[in-house]
Write a protein that binds this ligand. Structure first.
Ligand SMILES: [Zn+2]
Length: 231
């Protein structure tokens, strides 16, 4: 059985690691983030901690240069202050990532943000899905790989002056991060004025205008990057 590492992503709060530890127990994800790996035998995706992921892949170098969708999430800061840190730290800490791997990861992430991650959020505005990325995305779905030429094309699109600020990589990551946090808060909130306000912030501002005011971010208690939505 081989697991293929796909990305670093958010997981629901009650998610457990797929691998049973050597002590017979399995652990959760205090950081709310995990390595997402695909089981080649059934095509399904499973969450792992960083250490556990390294046990189940055939080649540990596959864990380098993964697209990380969690870097603009700042809820971690709070948890660190409370001393909740565990061995399963967030982020791509395989530090010896070389430039070409970093570019691969950036390009994969941007492709997925525009064609899948943000584009597939229910009620999101339609401008995110980008026709010029469609054939690259179709190939990527088949192979899981990007050629050097495709990586260059994707990065050029992201850097292009013609690409509006709201469709840049960090901005879409902020939309994705805010969406995860806001929809969870809505789920946990009892019906009433506050919940209605949160739903309005989500539907009207985040999903249609792709932006939030600082006031809305603090009212919804979102923990976002300090520069989020300031572009
Ligand atoms: Zn684990």
């Amino acid at each position: 059985m081989a697991y293929i590492p796909l990305r670093i992503d958010f997981v629901e709060p009650d998610t457990y690691c797929t691998r049973i530890g050597d002590n017979g127990k399995n652990h959760g994800f205090p950081t709310g983030t995990a390595y997402i790996l695909r089981d080649d035998t059934n095509g399904k995706e499973y969450p792992f901690g960083r250490t556990c992921a390294s046990y189940v892949v055939n080649d540990i170098s596959l864990l380098k240069g993964l697209p990380d969708f969690t870097i603009r999430d700042y809820s971690q800061e709070e948890q660190d202050a409370q001393g909740n840190g565990t061995g399963d730290s967030k982020g791509n800490t395989y530090a010896t990532v070389i430039n070409s791997e970093r570019e691969q990861a950036f390009a994969k992430r941007y492709l997925l943000l525009r064609m899948e991650k943000v584009a597939n959020i229910p009620g999101i505005q339609t401008g995110i899905r980008y026709e010029r990325l469609a054939s690259i995305y179709a190939n990527f779905q088949q192979t899981g790989q990007l050629s050097d030429d495709e990586v260059r094309q994707i990065i050029n699109i992201e850097k292009s002056e013609k690409t509006p600020a709201i469709y840049k990589s960090n901005h879409l990551l902020d939309v994705y991060t805010a969406y995860i946090q806001l929809s969870r808060r809505i789920k946990r909130t009892k019906p009433g004025n506050y919940k209605d306000m949160l739903i309005n912030i989500l539907n009207v501002h985040l999903l249609q205008r792709l932006t939030l005011y600082p006031k809305q971010i603090s009212a919804a208690k979102l923990k976002l990057h300090p520069q989020a939505f300031k572009s």
